[in-house]
Design a protein. Sequence first.
Length: 352
Amino acid sequence: MSIFDSPSYEGHEAVHAFHDPAVGLKCVIAVHSTARGASVGGCRMWAYPSSEAATEEALRLSRAMSYKAAVADLELGGGKAIIIGDASRKTPELFEAFGKAVEKIAGRYWAAEDVGVSPADLAHARKHSRYVAGLDGHPAASGDPSRVAAEGVLRGIKLAVKHAYGSDLKGMAVAVQGVGRVGAALAEKLKAEGAHLILTDRNPERLGEVAGRLGAETVRPEMIYDMPAQVFAPCAMGGVISLETLARLRTRVIAGGANSQLASPEACRAVFEKGMVYAPDFVINGGGVINVAAEIRAIDRGEAYDPEWVEAKLQQLMATLDEILTRSKAENRPTSRIAKEIARERISAAVH
């Protein structure tokens, strides 16, 4: 199947491929839409089985970023960078080469951190391109966006729990899948709200550290779907909500920080038919892109990072999520479809 035949290619403006054999860079940068502004999206480093798999991931996630930026009412579009490789073997030279690749797109794409990539890695890319955000060390800097992403996910979980159970988080069991930067920060916030934590991660050392610090229960990765929890919070890789995993989940709420959580349209329908409250991933995890947008806005204006602007946008995003959850019940339609309609309408309005 060619790239143009992929269902995920729909609406894309451009897909760029970069290769620097001297440092081992193999990179795909997908630009879905610049209708509302320059595209923005994380740079992910992962050992994909093929370049086709990496390209498909870039297409899928860049489109989701367009939806995420539009739902958050940001003057940005969606993009995504995928570096094919083992993140344990990354080097400063690799990210300098990545920065040169970003620069060649001439401002149509801004990079930020994602799975396998840290702000420290992107500091090397920043040496060769101004179009890198989520860093420290300058007045406009927003720092690691995962802290704002986690705050947004927490607020989204609280909204979903209110809609599903009519209560707060105190005493609720929350199964958190993945305790990376967002997952760990979210777990801390959930603990502060009085939730009972059930954690898992494919990195046993990281899992042990976070669980020990928070006094949380831990389970093997393959067991997380079977836990008796009120909330399932996916915070690792995408595609984890499938017909198979849904059959095992015992929760009424799915709300977490991972991107592209639904494995298929069939899974989307099944979530709704099972009566679950699903907070669409590209809505609930929009705090990170809001934080990055604040940095880009400050850079373009020559101003300092404005946390009050970020808080206002985060509150607006939660109001939109509340509207989506309310409409889903009133209109008897899946939340993800309503959220996509809102995003597409805003993108279309910018095009026309």
